[in-house]
Write a protein that binds this ligand. Structure first.
Ligand SMILES: [Zn+2]
Length: 211
């Protein structure tokens, strides 16, 4: 496990001094040790205020949802984040043990995006509500975008977990990653999130997502 960093040629000496190492196969610098990740804040945050580092694995979580346009039931996905660092300002904290559901997770590898598009109709779409493009769920029947706000924030959404029944309806596909991942993500925190791991159906997904 390591953390791949985007270090420019000009910055390589600074990164090296902090303990970064060179991966000759990927032609990238990386931070080899989790206890040292905080030293590489500059490359982790880059021009952002906040970033998360997902460790070990994440989940593609399937839920059922009724399309607001055609009224048919369609499958939608969110991402399950369990072991991760949260980095912002001077804060750098590790969280583990409970699965939280996230949206707006990016960047994702080309291989994973291809898989999500083919299997779940999840791809870059335009939302009239937010007037922006983002990777989003689309109805399998009528292809209409199923906006993140309704899927992740509304009480009756499949990813708003407030009962054992709702947690039981989730299918979690576990994606093991080779290296820790720096991501943008909008993580939702619910007081009943402990139910997700306890009652959701977890499967290991044999993947070739290059993550
Ligand atoms: Zn539809």
């Amino acid at each position: 496990m390591a953390l791949i960093l985007n270090v420019s040629y000009q910055e390589k000496d600074a990164a090296k001094t902090l303990g970064a190492r060179w991966n000759n196969e990927l032609k990238k610098w990386y931070a080899p040790d989790r206890s040292e990740y905080h030293k590489f804040k500059k490359w982790i945050l880059q021009d952002r205020d906040i970033a998360i580092i997902v460790c070990d694995y994440f989940y593609i979580i399937e839920g059922k949802h009724r399309c607001f346009k055609c009224g048919k039931e369609t499958e939608v996905i969110g991402f399950g984040i369990e072991n991760y660092y949260d980095m912002y300002d001077d804060s750098f904290e590790y969280f583990s043990g409970e699965i939280h559901i996230a949206s707006g997770v990016e960047p994702l590898s080309t291989e994973l995006l291809k898989y999500l598009k083919e299997k779940y109709n999840f791809y870059l779409g335009y939302s009239k509500t937010t007037q922006s493009n983002y990777y989003s769920n689309h109805c399998k029947h009528c292809n209409v975008i199923q906006g993140d706000f309704y899927l992740f924030n509304e009480v009756d959404s499949p990813f708003f977990i407030d009962s054992i029944e709702k947690a039981k309806n989730l299918v979690l596909n576990k994606v093991v990653i080779k290296n820790d991942l720096i991501l943008n993500a909008d993580i939702g925190y619910g007081s009943e999130d402990n139910l997700i791991k306890e009652y959701g159906k977890i499967h290991l997904l044999n993947n070739n997502f290059n993550l």
